[in-house]
Ligand binder design. Structure first.
Ligand SMILES: NC(=O)c1ccc[n+]([C@@H]2O[C@H](COP(=O)([O-])OP(=O)(O)OC[C@H]3O[C@@H](n4cnc5c(N)ncnc54)[C@H](O)[C@@H]3O)[C@@H](O)[C@H]2O)c1
Length: 307
């Protein structure tokens, strides 16, 4: 099938585009390179790249023409960026998503897969986090990701469009570059491989659910190929590890001396995070399968090639 990947020059979008091409699909990428990379596109020359903004209906109409499914990843990404640039966050994530949905309606596109975020939940109240956990986002980013979900699901009720929203937990893996906006695995791995110290906020016993990008890619493809299911689903690994354990694992793979500095906990950081992934299994028959050991080893080897 012919598909549109918005944000295909980015971390997750480039992995998704590569896999879609490998599975024989025609891939169009729409990206304005705000946080995406040309080198990610160079590695997937068979994808048709349109440099443009999801807020621009001309670019969107051009990119979406003839597509059956839209994988919508383009976004202003992350809590910190949204606090630094809140107007951009709302314009890109809300108006950009609406521009995509309007184009889908006009071009009779069958399905949208929305890249949502666990950031919609805000302070976590129960573990593991099920889909019906209260949504009380505590950043503009969490609000706009929730809005992306609600707009897409409303269009699925109003028109002949299906919508699956995947709420990613902490995604890591190939093509994830050093990130000033706070993704812990790239920060730790890049710094440690360069012989720099790393900083842990709090005692390091906080836990996170890290999901490998390959699982995120497969969940997207399964959702896109499926017919009949619309809804919002949590997408993590369904497991969690402490930050201290994560550092131990990285240490064991890099064989370099590691200096860890502990600082006061940051206000707003959640203590524990863990996705309940049963709904995704039940509705879409998808189960994440990449272990932290395998995913982290592969990621560290890739980072070494970029230094
Ligand atoms: N990485 C994570 O852990 C994580 C967690 C939860 C949700 N997500 C979501 O997954 C999606 C992909 O995130 P990522 O980690 O790959 O980030 P990324 O920054 O690597 O990718 C985002 C892409 O969108 C593009 N983009 C931004 N604004 C655009 C615009 N106005 N028009 C066209 N393109 C635009 C960027 O250039 C970039 O290529 C995002 O929607 C993000 O909110 C990511």
């Amino acid at each position: 099938m012919k598909v549109l990947v918005t944000g295909g020059a980015g971390f997750i979008g480039s992995n998704l585009s590569k896999q879609l091409l490998q599975e024989g699909h025609d891939v169009v990428i729409l990206d304005n390179l705000l946080s995406g990379y040309r080198c990610n596109l160079d590695a997937i020359p068979k994808a048709k790249f349109i440099e443009g903004d999801i807020r621009d209906s001309n670019s969107v109409n051009k990119a979406i023409d003839g597509c059956e499914v839209v994988f919508h990843l383009a976004a202003s990404v992350g809590n910190k960026r949204s606090i630094d640039f809140p107007i951009d966050d709302v314009e890109i994530n809300v108006l950009g998503t609406l521009t995509i949905l309007e184009a889908m309606r006009k071009h009779k596109v069958r399905k949208i897969i929305v890249s949502s975020s666990a950031g919609i939940f805000g302070e976590l109240k129960t573990l593991p986090i099920k889909e019906d956990h209260p949504v009380e986002p505590d950043s503009p980013y969490g609000c706009t990701k929730l809005c992306e979900e609600k707009l897409s699901l409303a269009y699925a009720k109003l028109y002949e469009i299906e919508a699956v929203c995947l709420r990613y937990f902490n995604v890591y893996g190939l093509n994830q570059r050093f990130d000033a906006y706070g993704n812990v695995i790239p920060i730790f791995v890049f710094k440690l491989l360069k012989g720099e110290s790393i900083t842990v906020f709090g005692d390091g016993e906080q836990t996170r659910d890290f999901v490998n990008v390959k699982d995120v890619v497969q969940a997207n493809i399964v959702s896109g190929l499926n017919r009949g299911v619309s809804g919002a689903f949590n997408l993590g690994s369904g497991t969690r590890i402490t930050i201290n354990r994560l550092i131990e694992m990285i240490k064991s793979f890099i064989n370099e001396p590691v200096v860890v500095k502990y600082r006061a906990e940051r206000p707003g950081d959640v203590r524990h995070s863990l996705a309940d992934v049963n709904a995704l299994k039940k509705q879409l028959n998808f189960v994440p399968s990449i272990t932290m050991e395998d995913g982290l080893r592969e990621y560290i080897n890739w980072v070494k090639t970029t230094l």
